[in-house]
Design a protein around this ligand. Structure first.
Ligand code: UDP
Length: 336
């Protein structure tokens, strides 16, 4: 496939670029480097610095194609994704996640690139349907509880309407809790973006933080702490390639959850990490906006895309630790 990856210098985008290259595809990365890093783009991969909100620049990038022809598909990762930041600055989220996508879709229509793979999120569900015990199915109600989830839901709907009007196909992937780093340790989630549980555990294990705080132990769950579905970023990355192939081969669109299908409580994650590393933790009050349980039903991704998550929670913990150890010892906070 010939692929444009918008946001390909960021955490998830760069993992997808690595998997695409390993799988023999032709890739161009388009990124404004607002949170991504130039060094995350593998050598030999063409890089265009640009912003998806810039119609002319995005149209030019899409029109150029790869050295051997027009793009078959565009992958979209160029979004903001920190929930508390979206609450304090919703306008930035609408500008980036909604207006940015609108501009990119306009550029795609202009250049006749009619296939998009889009990263969405479990945050579109809001509080999961009570009758499913924390499990989310793609057909469930979507009632986001923060601006981040709202902008992603608006984006999903925009893609669906535009696809209908302009004869396009899409693969929308709703991510659950993504963690870990590529086995090469060349790329990972960087340290200034950290609000997520696993990187914070690893920073504590590395002595960069004194104690991990567990937010709330009075939820209606197995041990009172919140339950989430953790998925390794490399498993997630492979699903994008399968998703792109599925829509190109079948000339149809798809929307599916991407999670392991298994729930772990915060305490279970902490206990798994304590078997591997030493660190201190304490219980703290609940964090605003945290639903008690969020677990993916991943049947659709398994059946339609032929996707199976392969990497375990322990592999997410150990690879995140190794990456974080690597960046904490390099002078600029970047992997050597
Ligand atoms: N969490 C925690 N301590 C932390 C960070 C997160 O107890 O320092 C909890 C958080 O309240 C949630 C779970 O870990 O229940 C996963 O949170 P994260 O921010 O990793 O992902 P989210 O599910 O919010 O997208």
């Amino acid at each position: 496939m010939k692929v444009l990856v918008a946001g390909g210098a960021g955490y998830i985008g760069s993992h997808v670029v690595f998997e695409l290259i390993r799988d023999g595809h032709e890739v161009v990365v388009y990124d404004n480097l607002s949170t991504g890093r130039r060094s995350a783009v593998p050598e030999g991969v063409r890089f265009i610095e640009g912003d998806i909100r810039d119609l002319d620049a995005t149209t030019r990038a899409l029109a150029q194609g790869t050295s051997s022809g027009s793009f078959d598909v565009a992958l979209h990762f160029a979004a903001k994704l920190v929930v508390p930041e979206s609450v304090s600055n919703p306008l930035a989220y609408y500008h980036n996640n909604v207006e940015g996508l609108r501009t990119m879709l306009e550029a795609m229509v202009k250049t006749n690139v009619r296939t998009i793979v889009f990263s969405s999120t479990a945050a579109v569900y809001g509080e999961p349907d009570k009758s499913h015990n924390g499990e989310c199915l793609e057909g469930d109600l979507t009632v986001p509880i923060n601006p981040y989830g709202e902008t992603k839901l608006a984006a999903e709907k925009m893609i669906q309407w535009v696809a209908q009007a302009h004869d396009m196909n899409y693969c929308i992937l709703r991510y659950f809790n993504v963690a870990g780093a590529d086995a090469s340790l060349r790329i990972g989630l960087d340290k200034d973006q950290l609000t997520h549980l696993i990187p914070l555990i690893m920073q504590t294990a590395l002595g960069l933080r004194e104690k991990l705080q567990i937010y709330g132990n009075d939820y209606d769950t197995i041990d009172g702490t919140c339950v989430r579905d953790y998925i390794h970023v490399s498993d997630l990355a492979r699903a994008h390639i399968l998703g792109a192939k599925y829509i190109l081969d079948n000339d149809r669109s798809v929307l599916c959850n991407l999670g392991s299908g298994q729930g772990f409580s915060v305490k279970q994650v902490v206990d798994a990490a304590l078997k591997m590393f030493e660190f201190a933790y304490e219980y703290a009050p609940r964090r605003d906006g945290d639903p008690a349980k969020l677990i993916a039903n991943n049947q659709r991704a398994q059946e339609l895309l032929g996707w199976q998550p392969q990497l375990s929670l322990e592999q997410m913990l150990s690879s995140d630790f190794a990456y974080r150890q690597k960046i904490s010892t390099s002078s600029h906070g970047e992997p050597a």
